[in-house]
Design a protein around this ligand. Structure first.
Ligand code: NAD
Length: 496
């Protein structure tokens, strides 16, 4: 009996409150990474479609900016409840187009919802400050005003969450917004935009343009786009930051990662193993906070090596929509072969393959992009692999004699997204927090996950910019400060 292929959705752009067919001449097939089935086609929109979205956002700005902050957050309250109500459908879409498990997809959306909740506090968070009598009879105030049209360009690995580091804050502050989702996972944002439409935002406040590099370049070049928020790989982040600067736009550009965890001999080894396994292999290692290098210190080497290999080999790999599956596929066949060739390169550069996830076969899913958990032991510090972002389920093990030597691994890395330490020593933890060169620090934590009310960004080549994503930094990023110095001569008040 033949089974009918699932319908393939042809995607449109959301401009000025309506879904518009794209005039793109190039389209990209969106493939379910677990099954290899085509599920959608993304238009690679050109500059004219980006311009239409930016013009719609620019036209909506004057009225939206004048809308009181209290009224601007009402659609966000509605959105929160719509996201809660449709959490399962959105999470299923995330799993279908990205591959992560349904549980991971739901956890991703929880983080997204938190950002909506925090942005509902904009009437408080957007306040400025003032001082009477900066000189005799003269007062000064600082007020925050929205920028205008702002845009976000986001990656494939969190199809739902990452847009929420920006969107709710941008619009609550009175800006109008254009998003360019990852062309590889466009369905989640399409669904979320349908909810945004139901939430009652005026036309043109939020817009969506599907596409790839041409659409990004059009956003970078459009004179009415005032600010760019980017999340993706480091080479693209550098490019976005440079072009934004050249065109006078403010920019926050989050890049790639190579995250280290140091395991001290006094750590609770069973807790460390469980948490590090979840961090390295959760979302098939395709998280910018995934631990990818474990540095064991002293006697931790043997115990940790044996226990992590055991834990990783037990993980059930498969289609993330199936019950009991703990790890899904990587995003594309190209990604699978890239990860596998980096494992081979690691081997050539002197590492031992302790657990080999290459050539994985998942019954009934022969066309899926599966790589099983892989552990490389004794990765030479001087090897190219030691500082290459693999972005797959591969954990490298290296050894250090003490915490000093362990910290040197982190200092050598060009990335600085996250660094973790497992220990039961408060003094070691304090030293690590003080010295580790990364934007997110985990102490007995494997994924220092972005909580909406704290800033989120890395250091070094993991971030280009000043204002991080989320929370108060988002309010800083999406507003311009203005100071007003006022004098009212006494005679004016005598009339009353
Ligand atoms: P990517 O850099 O390939 O793509 C990100 C976005 O940029 C997409 O929307 C894409 O269309 C666009 N893009 C791609 N190439 C471009 C080019 N040459 N010019 C202009 N635009 C371009 O990243 P990805 O593969 O989608 O995502 C994975 C990467 O993102 C990893 O490096 C990961 O570490 C990083 N990431 C970082 C964070 C963080 O917070 N630092 C979070 C998530 C993912």
């Amino acid at each position: 009996m033949s089974v009918a292929a699932p319908p393939v959705t042809k995607l449109s752009n959301f401009i000025n409150g309506d879904w518009r067919d794209s005039s793109a001449t190039e389209w990209l097939d969106v493939i379910n990474p677990a099954t290899g089935e085509p599920i959608a086609r993304t238009p690679l929109s050109d500059a004219s479609e980006v311009a239409a979205a930016v013009e719609a956002a620019a036209a909506a700005f004057p009225e939206w900016r004048r809308t009181p902050a209290e009224d601007r957050i009402q659609p966000l309250f509605k959105l929160k409840y719509l996201l809660e109500e449709h959490l399962d459908e959105i999470s299923r879409l995330i799993t279908t187009e990205n591959g992560k498990t349904f549980t991971e997809a739901k956890a991703e959306m929880r983080r997204a919802i938190e950002n909506v909740e925090v942005a509902c506090g904009i009437p408080m968070m957007m306040q400025g400050y003032n001082l009477e009598d900066v000189a005799r009879g003269i007062d000064e105030m600082m007020i925050r005003q929205p920028l205008g049209v702002v845009a976000a360009i986001v990656p494939f690995n969190f199809p739902g969450m990452i847009a929420f580091w920006f969107l709710p804050y941008a619009i609550a502050c009175g800006n109008t917004f254009v998003i360019k989702p990852s062309e590889r996972v466009p369905l989640t944002m399409r669904y979320i935009y349908e909810l945004l439409q139901q939430a009652g935002l005026p036309k043109g406040v939020v817009n969506l343009v599907n596409g790839g590099k041409a659409a990004v370049d059009a956003l970078l070049e459009h004179p009415k786009v005032r600010a760019i928020s980017f999340v993706g790989s480091t080479p693209v982040a550098k490019y976005i930051y440079a072009r934004s600067g050249a065109n006078g736009k403010r920019c926050q550009a989050q890049g790639g990662a190579k995250n280290h965890v140091i395991v001290l001999p006094d750590a609770d080894m069973s807790m460390a193993t469980q948490i590090i396994s979840d961090s390295a292999f959760g979302c098939a290692g395709q998280r910018c906070l995934a631990v990818s290098v474990a540095v064991t210190v002293g006697e931790a080497q043997k115990t940790f090596r044996d226990s992590i290999a055991e834990a990783a080999s037990r993980l059930k790999v498969g289609n993330g929509l199936e019950e009991g599956v703990q790890m899904g596929p990587v995003i594309t066949p190209q990604s699978k072969s890239r990860v596998e060739s980096l494992i081979a390169a690691g081997e050539r550069q002197g590492a031992k393959v302790l657990l080999d996830g290459r050539n994985a076969r998942v019954p009934k899913h022969e066309s899926g992009n599966f790589v099983k958990p892989t552990i490389l032991d004794d990765v030479p510090a001087s090897s190219e692999l030691a500082d290459t972002e693999i972005f797959g389920p591969v954990l490298s093990l290296v050894h250090a004699d003490d915490l000093d030597e362990g910290l040197r691994f982190l200092e050598r890395s060009t990335y600085g997204n996250q660094a973790s330490l497992f220990t039961s020593s408060g003094a070691a933890a304090r030293r690590f927090r003080y010295e580790a060169p990364a934007g997110n620090i985990g102490i007995n934590i494997g994924v220092a996950a972005p909580m909406a009310y704290f800033p989120f960004s890395g250091w070094k080549d993991s971030f280009f910019g000043i204002m991080h994503g989320q929370g108060r930094d988002a309010v800083e990023f999406f507003t311009e400060k203005k100071v007003v110095v006022e004098r009212w001569a006494k005679e004016h008040s005598r009339k009353f």
